[in-house]
Design a protein around this ligand. Structure first.
Ligand SMILES: NC(=O)C1=CN([C@@H]2O[C@H](COP(=O)(O)OP(=O)(O)OC[C@H]3O[C@@H](n4cnc5c(N)ncnc54)[C@H](O)[C@@H]3O)[C@@H](O)[C@H]2O)C=CC1
Ligand SMILES: O=C(O)C1=N[C@H](C(=O)O)C[C@H](O)C1
Length: 266
Protein backbone atom coordinates (compact mmCIF):
# COMPACT_ATOMS: atom_id res chain seq x y z
CA UNK A 1 0.00 0.00 0.00
CA UNK A 2 1.31 3.45 -0.89
CA UNK A 3 1.40 5.82 2.11
CA UNK A 4 -0.36 9.10 1.34
CA UNK A 5 1.70 11.92 2.84
CA UNK A 6 1.02 15.62 3.40
CA UNK A 7 3.74 18.07 4.45
CA UNK A 8 3.27 21.28 6.48
CA UNK A 9 6.12 23.75 6.03
CA UNK A 10 7.18 22.47 2.59
CA UNK A 11 8.86 25.75 1.62
CA UNK A 12 11.21 25.74 4.64
CA UNK A 13 14.79 24.44 5.01
CA UNK A 14 13.62 21.05 6.32
CA UNK A 15 10.38 21.05 4.35
CA UNK A 16 12.11 21.31 0.97
CA UNK A 17 14.37 18.34 1.79
CA UNK A 18 11.35 16.37 3.02
CA UNK A 19 9.42 17.06 -0.22
CA UNK A 20 12.24 15.53 -2.28
CA UNK A 21 12.56 12.60 0.15
CA UNK A 22 8.88 11.68 -0.08
CA UNK A 23 8.78 12.27 -3.85
CA UNK A 24 11.70 9.86 -4.35
CA UNK A 25 10.30 7.13 -2.07
CA UNK A 26 8.43 4.46 -4.07
CA UNK A 27 6.37 3.47 -1.00
CA UNK A 28 5.01 6.99 -0.51
CA UNK A 29 3.02 9.59 -2.39
CA UNK A 30 3.06 13.32 -1.61
CA UNK A 31 -0.63 14.15 -1.93
CA UNK A 32 -0.77 17.67 -0.44
CA UNK A 33 1.13 20.42 1.31
CA UNK A 34 -0.13 22.80 4.00
CA UNK A 35 0.96 26.44 4.06
CA UNK A 36 -0.27 29.35 6.13
CA UNK A 37 -0.63 31.77 3.22
CA UNK A 38 -1.53 31.66 -0.48
CA UNK A 39 1.67 30.71 -2.31
CA UNK A 40 0.13 29.23 -5.47
CA UNK A 41 -2.03 26.28 -6.39
CA UNK A 42 0.76 23.71 -6.57
CA UNK A 43 4.30 23.21 -5.26
CA UNK A 44 5.66 24.13 -8.71
CA UNK A 45 3.93 27.55 -8.44
CA UNK A 46 6.13 28.38 -5.42
CA UNK A 47 9.14 28.38 -7.82
CA UNK A 48 11.13 26.34 -5.31
CA UNK A 49 10.47 23.01 -7.00
CA UNK A 50 10.57 21.59 -10.54
CA UNK A 51 7.56 22.15 -12.84
CA UNK A 52 6.69 18.46 -12.57
CA UNK A 53 5.85 18.87 -8.83
CA UNK A 54 2.10 19.31 -9.18
CA UNK A 55 1.18 18.56 -5.53
CA UNK A 56 -1.71 20.84 -4.44
CA UNK A 57 -1.15 23.49 -1.74
CA UNK A 58 -3.82 24.10 0.95
CA UNK A 59 -4.09 26.72 3.67
CA UNK A 60 -6.76 24.85 5.59
CA UNK A 61 -6.23 21.36 7.03
CA UNK A 62 -9.91 20.41 6.93
CA UNK A 63 -10.09 21.17 3.17
CA UNK A 64 -6.75 19.37 2.68
CA UNK A 65 -8.11 16.31 4.44
CA UNK A 66 -11.41 16.34 2.58
CA UNK A 67 -9.80 16.60 -0.86
CA UNK A 68 -6.65 14.46 -0.50
CA UNK A 69 -7.22 12.04 2.45
CA UNK A 70 -3.59 11.77 3.65
CA UNK A 71 -2.53 8.94 5.97
CA UNK A 72 0.29 10.99 7.49
CA UNK A 73 1.05 14.68 8.10
CA UNK A 74 4.76 15.58 8.35
CA UNK A 75 5.05 18.85 10.28
CA UNK A 76 8.17 20.98 9.79
CA UNK A 77 6.82 24.44 10.59
CA UNK A 78 7.33 26.59 13.66
CA UNK A 79 6.88 26.40 17.44
CA UNK A 80 3.82 28.71 17.18
CA UNK A 81 1.82 26.47 14.86
CA UNK A 82 2.95 22.94 15.67
CA UNK A 83 0.62 22.20 18.59
CA UNK A 84 -2.45 23.34 16.67
CA UNK A 85 -1.43 21.33 13.56
CA UNK A 86 -0.75 18.19 15.57
CA UNK A 87 -3.99 18.28 17.55
CA UNK A 88 -6.05 19.07 14.44
CA UNK A 89 -4.42 16.22 12.48
CA UNK A 90 -5.14 13.80 15.35
CA UNK A 91 -8.78 14.91 15.43
CA UNK A 92 -9.06 14.29 11.69
CA UNK A 93 -7.43 10.86 12.03
CA UNK A 94 -4.28 11.90 10.11
CA UNK A 95 -1.17 10.44 11.78
CA UNK A 96 1.26 13.25 12.63
CA UNK A 97 5.03 12.86 12.18
CA UNK A 98 6.37 15.94 13.88
CA UNK A 99 9.89 17.30 13.54
CA UNK A 100 9.02 20.79 14.68
CA UNK A 101 10.33 21.59 18.15
CA UNK A 102 9.06 23.85 20.93
CA UNK A 103 6.33 21.77 22.66
CA UNK A 104 5.73 22.37 26.36
CA UNK A 105 5.59 19.34 28.70
CA UNK A 106 1.84 19.99 29.20
CA UNK A 107 1.20 19.99 25.43
CA UNK A 108 3.10 16.72 25.03
CA UNK A 109 1.06 15.16 27.83
CA UNK A 110 -2.23 16.31 26.32
CA UNK A 111 -1.37 15.01 22.84
CA UNK A 112 -0.19 11.70 24.30
CA UNK A 113 -3.54 11.22 26.06
CA UNK A 114 -5.51 12.19 22.97
CA UNK A 115 -3.61 9.81 20.67
CA UNK A 116 -3.94 6.95 23.16
CA UNK A 117 -7.68 7.46 23.73
CA UNK A 118 -8.43 7.76 20.02
CA UNK A 119 -5.90 5.13 18.93
CA UNK A 120 -4.20 7.36 16.36
CA UNK A 121 -0.47 6.89 15.67
CA UNK A 122 1.77 9.92 16.19
CA UNK A 123 5.55 10.39 16.27
CA UNK A 124 7.14 13.50 17.75
CA UNK A 125 10.86 13.40 16.99
CA UNK A 126 12.96 16.29 18.31
CA UNK A 127 15.78 14.96 16.12
CA UNK A 128 15.52 12.64 13.10
CA UNK A 129 19.30 12.02 12.73
CA UNK A 130 20.41 8.56 13.84
CA UNK A 131 23.72 9.94 15.20
CA UNK A 132 21.83 12.38 17.41
CA UNK A 133 19.62 9.58 18.76
CA UNK A 134 22.76 7.59 19.62
CA UNK A 135 24.32 10.65 21.29
CA UNK A 136 21.23 10.95 23.51
CA UNK A 137 21.18 7.24 24.34
CA UNK A 138 24.92 7.14 25.15
CA UNK A 139 24.58 10.22 27.35
CA UNK A 140 21.61 8.65 29.15
CA UNK A 141 23.68 5.53 29.87
CA UNK A 142 26.79 7.43 30.95
CA UNK A 143 24.81 9.65 33.35
CA UNK A 144 24.62 6.79 35.82
CA UNK A 145 28.41 6.93 36.22
CA UNK A 146 29.11 10.62 35.49
CA UNK A 147 26.09 12.57 36.79
CA UNK A 148 27.64 16.06 36.53
CA UNK A 149 26.48 17.20 33.11
CA UNK A 150 26.31 20.33 30.98
CA UNK A 151 24.77 20.35 27.50
CA UNK A 152 25.93 22.78 24.82
CA UNK A 153 23.75 22.93 21.70
CA UNK A 154 24.85 24.97 18.69
CA UNK A 155 22.59 25.94 15.80
CA UNK A 156 22.24 28.29 12.82
CA UNK A 157 21.12 31.79 13.75
CA UNK A 158 17.65 31.48 12.16
CA UNK A 159 16.47 29.02 14.81
CA UNK A 160 13.45 30.30 16.76
CA UNK A 161 13.47 28.15 19.90
CA UNK A 162 16.08 27.77 22.65
CA UNK A 163 17.06 25.43 24.10
CA UNK A 164 16.75 23.14 21.07
CA UNK A 165 14.28 20.25 21.13
CA UNK A 166 17.24 17.87 21.09
CA UNK A 167 18.84 19.47 24.16
CA UNK A 168 15.50 19.33 25.99
CA UNK A 169 15.00 15.69 25.06
CA UNK A 170 18.58 14.82 26.10
CA UNK A 171 18.04 16.49 29.48
CA UNK A 172 14.70 14.72 29.85
CA UNK A 173 16.26 11.29 29.14
CA UNK A 174 19.20 11.88 31.49
CA UNK A 175 16.95 13.22 34.21
CA UNK A 176 14.78 10.10 34.12
CA UNK A 177 17.94 8.05 34.79
CA UNK A 178 19.90 10.00 37.40
CA UNK A 179 19.00 11.08 40.92
CA UNK A 180 18.12 14.76 41.45
CA UNK A 181 21.55 16.28 41.49
CA UNK A 182 22.84 19.74 42.37
CA UNK A 183 25.81 20.82 40.27
CA UNK A 184 28.55 23.41 40.67
CA UNK A 185 29.35 25.26 43.89
CA UNK A 186 26.34 25.62 46.21
CA UNK A 187 27.21 29.30 46.63
CA UNK A 188 27.83 30.08 42.94
CA UNK A 189 26.31 33.37 41.80
CA UNK A 190 25.78 34.81 38.31
CA UNK A 191 27.30 38.26 38.02
CA UNK A 192 25.69 38.49 34.57
CA UNK A 193 22.18 36.95 34.14
CA UNK A 194 22.20 33.75 32.07
CA UNK A 195 25.94 33.10 32.47
CA UNK A 196 25.31 29.57 33.77
CA UNK A 197 22.69 28.74 31.14
CA UNK A 198 19.24 27.21 31.66
CA UNK A 199 18.63 24.85 34.59
CA UNK A 200 16.91 21.51 33.91
CA UNK A 201 16.77 19.48 37.14
CA UNK A 202 20.19 20.84 38.08
CA UNK A 203 21.73 20.21 34.62
CA UNK A 204 22.89 23.27 32.69
CA UNK A 205 21.85 23.85 29.07
CA UNK A 206 23.67 26.40 26.88
CA UNK A 207 22.48 27.59 23.45
CA UNK A 208 24.82 28.97 20.78
CA UNK A 209 23.40 30.63 17.62
CA UNK A 210 25.79 31.47 14.78
CA UNK A 211 25.65 31.73 10.99
CA UNK A 212 27.45 28.82 9.34
CA UNK A 213 26.23 26.26 11.86
CA UNK A 214 23.54 23.65 11.09
CA UNK A 215 22.78 21.52 14.19
CA UNK A 216 25.39 20.41 16.74
CA UNK A 217 25.40 19.27 20.34
CA UNK A 218 27.95 18.33 22.98
CA UNK A 219 27.10 16.57 26.21
CA UNK A 220 29.90 17.26 28.69
CA UNK A 221 30.17 14.86 31.63
CA UNK A 222 32.74 15.62 34.27
CA UNK A 223 34.23 13.37 36.94
CA UNK A 224 37.26 13.46 39.21
CA UNK A 225 40.23 14.19 36.91
CA UNK A 226 38.28 13.42 33.71
CA UNK A 227 35.84 14.69 31.11
CA UNK A 228 33.70 12.63 28.74
CA UNK A 229 32.44 14.57 25.70
CA UNK A 230 29.69 13.04 23.57
CA UNK A 231 29.23 15.11 20.42
CA UNK A 232 27.03 14.98 17.35
CA UNK A 233 27.12 17.20 14.27
CA UNK A 234 24.56 17.51 11.48
CA UNK A 235 26.43 19.18 8.62
CA UNK A 236 23.39 19.27 6.35
CA UNK A 237 19.65 18.54 6.50
CA UNK A 238 20.11 15.33 4.50
CA UNK A 239 21.17 13.89 7.88
CA UNK A 240 17.54 14.02 9.05
CA UNK A 241 15.86 12.42 6.02
CA UNK A 242 16.34 8.71 6.77
CA UNK A 243 14.59 9.37 10.08
CA UNK A 244 11.73 11.22 8.36
CA UNK A 245 11.10 8.32 5.93
CA UNK A 246 11.40 5.74 8.73
CA UNK A 247 8.90 7.67 10.88
CA UNK A 248 6.37 7.92 8.05
CA UNK A 249 6.47 4.12 7.70
CA UNK A 250 6.47 3.37 11.45
CA UNK A 251 3.63 5.73 12.36
CA UNK A 252 1.32 3.63 10.17
CA UNK A 253 1.77 0.74 12.66
CA UNK A 254 1.15 2.81 15.80
CA UNK A 255 -2.00 3.52 17.78
CA UNK A 256 -0.40 5.91 20.28
CA UNK A 257 2.07 8.79 20.49
CA UNK A 258 5.78 8.03 20.52
CA UNK A 259 8.11 10.84 21.66
CA UNK A 260 11.63 10.30 20.32
CA UNK A 261 12.97 7.98 17.63
CA UNK A 262 14.99 6.02 20.23
CA UNK A 263 11.66 4.35 21.00
CA UNK A 264 11.17 3.00 17.48
CA UNK A 265 14.66 1.99 16.38
CA UNK A 266 15.98 -1.45 17.41
N1 LIG B 1 13.34 16.94 14.24
C1 LIG B 1 14.40 17.24 13.50
O1 LIG B 1 15.26 16.40 13.21
C2 LIG B 1 14.56 18.65 13.01
C3 LIG B 1 13.66 19.59 13.39
N2 LIG B 1 13.76 20.86 12.95
C4 LIG B 1 12.69 21.76 13.36
O2 LIG B 1 11.79 21.88 12.28
C5 LIG B 1 11.19 23.17 12.31
C6 LIG B 1 11.40 23.85 10.95
O3 LIG B 1 12.76 24.12 10.78
P1 LIG B 1 13.31 24.84 9.46
O4 LIG B 1 12.90 24.06 8.26
O5 LIG B 1 14.74 25.11 9.72
O6 LIG B 1 12.48 26.20 9.52
P2 LIG B 1 12.09 27.17 8.30
O7 LIG B 1 11.76 28.49 8.93
O8 LIG B 1 13.11 27.12 7.24
O9 LIG B 1 10.76 26.51 7.72
C7 LIG B 1 9.52 26.57 8.34
C8 LIG B 1 8.48 26.62 7.24
O10 LIG B 1 7.20 26.49 7.84
C9 LIG B 1 6.33 27.43 7.26
N3 LIG B 1 5.27 27.72 8.21
C10 LIG B 1 5.31 28.49 9.32
N4 LIG B 1 4.11 28.49 9.93
C11 LIG B 1 3.30 27.69 9.19
C12 LIG B 1 1.95 27.29 9.30
N5 LIG B 1 1.17 27.73 10.28
N6 LIG B 1 1.44 26.45 8.36
C13 LIG B 1 2.22 25.99 7.36
N7 LIG B 1 3.51 26.36 7.17
C14 LIG B 1 4.04 27.19 8.10
C15 LIG B 1 7.20 28.64 6.94
O11 LIG B 1 6.61 29.42 5.91
C16 LIG B 1 8.47 27.97 6.47
O12 LIG B 1 8.42 27.70 5.09
C17 LIG B 1 11.83 23.91 13.49
O13 LIG B 1 10.99 23.78 14.61
C18 LIG B 1 13.11 23.14 13.73
O14 LIG B 1 13.53 23.21 15.07
C19 LIG B 1 14.75 21.25 12.12
C20 LIG B 1 15.70 20.35 11.71
C21 LIG B 1 15.69 18.98 12.14
O1 LIG C 1 16.12 24.10 14.12
C1 LIG C 1 16.93 23.22 13.75
O2 LIG C 1 17.70 23.40 12.80
C2 LIG C 1 16.95 21.94 14.45
N1 LIG C 1 16.03 21.69 15.33
C3 LIG C 1 15.88 20.51 16.09
C4 LIG C 1 16.07 20.82 17.56
O3 LIG C 1 15.56 21.85 18.03
O4 LIG C 1 16.69 20.02 18.26
C5 LIG C 1 16.71 19.36 15.57
C6 LIG C 1 18.06 19.76 15.07
O5 LIG C 1 18.85 20.09 16.15
C7 LIG C 1 17.95 20.91 14.07
Amino acid sequence: MTIRVAIAGARGRMGQEAVHTIMKNPEMELVAVLDYKEVGKTLADTKLFPQSYSTPVFTDMVALHKKTKPDVLVDLTSPESVYQHTSQALELGIRPVVGTTGFSDEELEELTKYAQTNKVGCIIAPNFAIGAILMMKFAEQAAKYLPDIEIIEMHHDQKLDAPSGTAMKTAHMISARREMHGQGHPKEKETMAGARGADYDGMRLHSVRLPGLVAHQQVLMGGEGQLLTIRHDSFNRGSFMTGVALSVKKVMELEKLVYGLENIID
